[in-house]
Each structure stands twice: as structure tokens, then as C-alpha cells.
Design a protein around this ligand. Sequence first.
Ligand SMILES: Nc1ncnc2c1ncn2[C@@H]1O[C@H](COP(=O)(O)OP(=O)(O)OP(=O)(O)O)[C@@H](O)[C@H]1O
Length: 294
Amino acid sequence: MGTITDTFNQESPDAKIVVRDINRVFHLKRTKTEGAREFIALKDINLEVQKGEFLVLVGPSGCGKSTLLDILAGLAQPTSGAVYIDGKQVSGPALDRGIVLQGYALFPWRTVRQNVEFGLEIKKVAKVERKAISDHFISLVGLDGFADRYPHELSGGMKQRVAIARALAYDPDVLLMDEPFAAVDAQTRESLQDELLRIWEETKKTIVFVTHSIEEAAFLGDRVAVLTANPGTLREIVKIDLPRPRHNSDIRSSAEFGWVRHKIWELLQNHQPEIRVPADSRPVADIISPSAAL
Ligand SMILES: Nc1ncnc2c1ncn2[C@@H]1O[C@H](COP(=O)(O)OP(=O)(O)OP(=O)(O)O)[C@@H](O)[C@H]1O
């Protein structure tokens, strides 16, 4: 019997997700000024995500981050190439993958608890067990006392916590997150990032996280995959060697963090990264303008 490695050239035996030669082409309709044409949204994407790894995807608007995440989720099919999770080709959505999207996507007619229990109902978990599980995850995301509230009675940050609890509750191995914190204010965003890292350390999920924010990518990721647009290609994967645990630390203000952020920023500027020693001795974090966060 052939091994997984034989089948699709998996490089690492610990890979949870293997993305092989993914291309995604959209067929654009004819307009008044242009004939029908093809648009290459993703070109030759190859990637492996290790078990328990936190991988972040960054790139300019339109580079295909959401398209790639949808393919990982099984919500969209690649034009060519394939995704394998635990050696099995992804052919559609499944409960081994939890998805958290921007804009919460909660069911407005369900309470917090009913939202969190949704996947468990699909799995036909018994009511008593469902309650124990939802209690655990509602508490894990810091929403004790809010189980009976409806989404419209919650703040944006709280809704996002419910979405995370809902995705975690049915115990997927992989969590796919598409700009989950984009709609909340800066302070809430930092506390949700802290919360997510704490939960990740506790649950050991494999996470693929899409963001526009260099700061967020550097803070969260074990590695950051930088994509470029037109066509969407994988430019480079940056390994983030910042120490963990990072949550509830002041790592964001360290010089090392500034260097990491700068490196990702340079890659996004579409020229080769180079480590420049600043003329003065201030930490790079103090020199880079805030606009480095896209
Ligand atoms: N159904 C579609 N038909 C045609 N083109 C599409 C379709 N869906 C996406 N695209 C194009 O594919 C490219 C990638 O889109 P995608 O949403 O994946 O980018 P993104 O990196 O997530 O962007 P953003 O950061 O702005 O959310 C874009 O240029 C988009 O216009």
C-alpha cells in the first residue's frame, strides 16, 4: 500500500494540511469594453500546515486569501490541484474544519447557547452533553452569564467570541478564520487576539488565519505566508521566532516584534526583503510608520 508521501509529495510527516499545486481561475463575463476572459485568482499555491500550527495568510486586497480559505474549507473547488487534510482529499465542507468569518455569521434567532450548540445538534449529541459542552466553551471565550442573550443584545467583540465558541464546540481539528477581528475596535481586537492565543495553547488546534494586518499576523503566527496579487501567488513564508506564550505579554512593543513586522511589510511592498540597520539607534518598532499595518 502506498504511503501518503507517495500520493502527493507531502514533505513533512507532521503536516495536517497539504495544499498542492492549487490554481483557481474565474471566467469573467464579456463587458461593453472587453470580451469574455479568464482571471487567475490563485496560481500554483503549494503549502503545508503542521499539526497544531498557527499559520497566517497576509496579502493585498484581491490576492486570493479568501478564495484559498474557501478551498481549504471545501466551500469552493480549485480549478486544478488539491487540498489534503490528514491525507484525505478535501471534496466539500466537513465537521473536521471549523470556520469563523468576518461579520460573525451568527443565527440571529438563536441565543448564544443555541448558536454554540448548533454543530453539536447536527452531530446529534444528546441534550445534557450539549449543555455541558456549550457551558465549557461559553466560559472559555469569557461569556459566562450571556448564554441566554440573543446576538443583537451583544457587542461586536462578544459576537465574535460566540462565533469562535461555536466553531470550537464541535471539536474540529482545524480552525479556518477569515479576518475574524476586522469589524471590532483596536482595543477589542487586541483582547480577542490574546483570547484566541490562550484558547489555541489550550486546545492545540491547527489554525489558518487570514488578515490584512501585519501587526496581527506577526503577533499570532508561527509562520506568516505572504501572498501577492495578480495573479495570487505565494511569495514567501516567514517563520516567526518570537517567544510564546505571547498573549497578555508586552511583546507587541518589543524591538524583535518590530523587526518581524518590518520583514512582512517589506515582502508586501513587492521588493526583496533586506535587513537595514537604521541610521539611529531607536528600535525599528519606533521607526516604522503605523501605516505598516495595512
Ligand atoms: N466569483 C468570482 N468571480 C470572479 N472573480 C472573483 C470571484 N471571486 C473572487 N474573485 C476575484 O478573485 C480575486 C481574489 O479574491 P479574494 O476574495 O480571494 O481576495 P482576498 O485576498 O480575500 O481579498 P480581500 O483582502 O479584499 O478580502 C479578486 O480579484 C476577486 O475579484
